[in-house]
Each structure stands twice: as C-alpha cells, then as structure tokens.
Design a protein around this ligand. Sequence first.
Ligand SMILES: Nc1ncnc2c1ncn2[C@@H]1O[C@H](COP(=O)(O)OP(=O)(O)OP(=O)(O)O)[C@@H](O)[C@H]1O
Ligand SMILES: [Mg+2]
Length: 162
Amino acid sequence: MTQALNTRGPDETLSLGERMGRLLKPLDILCLRGELGSGKTTFVSGLVRGLGIPAPVQSPTFTLERIYRRKGLVFHHFDLYRVAAAHTGDVGIEAALQDPAGVIAIEWPESGDIYLPGDRLDLRFFHSQGDARRIRIEARGQRPKEILAALMRCGRSRRKAS
Ligand SMILES: Nc1ncnc2c1ncn2[C@@H]1O[C@H](COP(=O)(O)OP(=O)(O)OP(=O)(O)O)[C@@H](O)[C@H]1O
Ligand SMILES: [Mg+2]
C-alpha cells in the first residue's frame, strides 16, 4: 500500500509527522529517504511531538542516534548519512531493534538495510516547487498498513472540518 502526499511548507510537514506520531506504538519502524534538505528531520520533529515527547529535535547528523523517552516508550532517531555499511552494527541499530519499548526512525537507512525487518513504513521525500515537498509513504506489512490507513483517514476528516 502506497500513498503520496504534498506539503506546502515546513509547518505542513511537521503537522503530517505529528499526525503520524500520534498513531505510532512500540516496535513500529520508519525509514526516511530522499535528498538533502527534503524534510526528513522536519518530519521527525513532528513525530516527536505526536508521540507526546516534550523535546526539540536536532538533526542527529553528528551523533548518529538521538534517544527520547516518555512513559512506556523510547524513540530512537538515527541518521546514517555518514555511516559506511560495514559499521552500522556499531551505531546501535541492532540494540534499538531489540528494544520492546522502541519506536525507530532512520534517516538515510541504506547502510543499515541488512538489519531492517521487512515490516516497516518506507517514506521518500522529494523536492517540489519552492517550499513544496512530495512525500511518498509505502506501508510494508499488516501493522504499517493500519497506520497508513489511519493517517489517511484522519487527513480526510481534517480536510472536511476545515
Ligand atoms: N514543505 C517542506 N517540508 C519540510 N521542510 C521544508 C519544506 N519547505 C521548506 N523546508 C525547509 O527545508 C529544510 C528541510 O530540512 P530537513 O533537515 O528537514 O531535511 P532533511 O531531509 O532531514 O535533510 P538531511 O538529508 O540533510 O538530513 C528546512 O530548512 C525546512 O525549513
Ligand atoms: Mg535530516
């Protein structure tokens, strides 16, 4: 199941992330691909908000992993841009995948591919005109499909209300 959405500026990407964050539970995994500056970290900031974690999100480019906690949930945010495939074992992906309270989001996941389970949400970000972005979300597996269907439902009811 695949859906494509458009946002007109960073605020809309943030809200979309927030809406998805509200739907996530431990063991959910998201991969975020797409060019530099296409909005992946912005979306992740929205996830953190939607998960109910009161913290600002910085790009983890220099730390590889940032961890956020709230009751019953640990959010692991990775950015593997600078990681060679041979070193992904060292950056904590395997440990995060074992975390029963873990929700995981990985920017530039290519070098961690071998560790990733097949069931996950694959997001791809594209630059469009100016501040517009296109975000393609592919749900692989039953639980990811439920999340994506719920995201599309809450988008529809929001549009009706406005
Ligand atoms: N529709 C939009 N959605 C998201 N960000 C946008 C949008 N329009 C403009 N921007 C700007 O583009 C930049 C996106 O940066 P962000 O760090 O989220 O990208 P990224 O995909 O994580 O990049 P990187 O690959 O370097 O990690 C920000 O400066 C943001 O303000
Ligand atoms: Mg980023």
